[in-house]
Design a protein around this ligand. Structure first.
Ligand SMILES: [Zn+2]
Length: 212
């Protein structure tokens, strides 16, 4: 068995044991794309955006998987929705990548609502102050739109962490954590470990770990 098919099996088990794990679905989708299984990848990315509708990069990958599977009309729909979502959230990189794909497909690119703020715009009294050490957004930081979880941790993240840092965690670092630690999902410590990494990344205090 190749390393890639081992990983696919591992992530299939992950999402089977934990169907609400959007990052597991996301990573599985990426692996399936690498393995040239776009139809299977479409399913994984659909699960990802169903569980986590704010995850704009997942719409981009969903669109790419649909294109690879030859489903252009569905791809245009996914990319159009994803473009709007990314624009709303200020996720400019996935937004522009989806805009480019839509243009290549000869489809209409939605109007951009959120332009990059020029640095001459002063931070207003409503400016969001992100508590994450290393946040690069400064006074361009904007709050998260939807609480990422329906618990105290979700509230804490919403109050302290900007949308950019949160999506950085979601899109990049958390996937690495899941992948590299190869967390054992039958092990309850997985949640503690995952939370610990998330809190460290976000710079949140670590003494409020929810009880299991
Ligand atoms: Zn931030």
């Amino acid at each position: 068995m190749s390393n890639l098919s081992d990983q696919i099996t591992q992530f299939r088990n992950m999402v089977q044991n934990d169907p609400e794990n959007e990052l597991g679905h996301y990573r599985l989708g990426q692996l399936l794309m690498q393995d040239n299984q776009p139809l299977e990848a479409v399913e994984s990315f659909r699960q990802t955006v169903t569980i986590s509708p704010q995850f704009s990069k997942a719409y981009q990958l969903l669109g790419e998987a649909l294109l690879k599977a030859g489903k252009n009309a569905e791809a245009i729909l996914a990319l159009t929705n994803g473009f709007k979502k990314a624009d709303e959230r200020g996720d400019l990189m996935p937004r522009d990548a989806m805009g480019k794909l839509l243009r290549e497909l000869g489809a209409e690119v939605p109007l951009v609502a959120k332009e990059e703020k020029s640095s001459s715009v002063p931070d207003g009294p409503g400016g969001f102050s992100c508590k994450r050490p290393g946040c690069l957004l400064g006074n361009r930081a904007s709050p998260i739109v939807i609480p990422p979880m329906n618990d105290d941790l979700g509230t804490q993240i919403m109050a302290n962490i900007c949308a950019g840092c949160w999506s950085g965690w979601l899109k990049d670092y958390s996937v690495k954590v899941i992948n590299e630690l190869r967390l054992n999902l039958s092990d309850e410590k997985r949640y503690l470990e995952y939370d610990r990494h998330m809190r460290e990344y976000l710079g949140l205090e670590t003494d409020k770990t929810p009880k299991i």
